[in-house]
Design a protein around this ligand. Structure first.
Ligand code: PCA
Length: 214
């Protein structure tokens, strides 16, 4: 049986919960469309997140990797298109480190594109009634670091499809993110189940306009 690895993060930055870790945990061990889903929770620590991701890749040898994180300022599920080789932390990570203007990987490519069919995912989620959008920046904190490290690792694993999606906060986090539209955990979970289905079905990318002028 083939394996899909789903990763989420522990809480960070003063939030008591992180929907990405909860969604990953909820899907752990499930079999969806004949594919075994395994989950790993990544520490929100620059020095530990990528070693933990790489260990999970080695341990599970997945065919698909769906990496998830929380974006407190995003009101919609954000399918990330680009990972950049840059760390510029606005807040300290969970170990107190706050690197500024450092590469994720010294000498590495400036950026990687996602391997996910990003536009097809956004279109499917919207059709199912979920708030979803394309994003051209995963930020410069631990999520972007993991996204970059994932795409760099997958460049050496041909045939493995992966990428990163940022999730909005949940209603119980509303007080910490007053400007953001929240999304209940059950809805986030339903949406990520759809994404798993799309990936294992080999859904191709859509050729629709998704660009922005901003
Ligand atoms: N979100 C942070 C790191 C962990 C998480 O869930 C980010 O967007 O970088």
């Amino acid at each position: 049986m083939k394996t899909l690895l789903i990763t989420g993060f522990e809480p960070f930055g003063g939030d008591a919960v992180n929907p990405s870790g909860l969604v990953a945990q909820a899907l752990d061990g499930q079999v969806i469309d004949d594919v075994r889903v395994v989950a790993t929770q990544l520490p929100c620590v620059f020095a530990e997140a990528l070693p933990s991701l790489r260990a999970a890749l080695d341990r599970h040898a997945p065919t698909w990797v769906l990496a998830l994180g929380l974006a407190g300022s995003r009101s919609a599920i954000s399918v990330e298109r680009v990972a950049v080789n840059l760390i510029d932390a606005r807040i300290p990570d969970n170990a107190g480190a706050q690197p500024v203007d450092e590469p994720v990987l010294a000498g590495g490519a400036a950026a990687y594109f996602t391997g996910l069919p990003a536009k097809a995912i956004v279109a499917d989620l919207r059709q199912a009634g979920h708030a979803a959008e394309l994003s051209h920046s995963a930020g410069s904190f631990v999520c972007n670091q993991v996204f970059y490290g994932l795409m760099q690792a997958l460049a050496a694993r041909p045939g493995v499809v992966g990428g990163f999606i940022h999730l909005p906060p949940m209603p119980e986090q509303a007080a910490r993110h007053p400007q953001t539209q929240t999304m209940p955990l059950a809805e986030q979970l339903a949406a990520m189940r759809r994404v798993v289905g799309l990936l294992v079905a080999g859904t191709p990318e859509l050729r629709t306009v998704g660009g922005r002028v901003d």
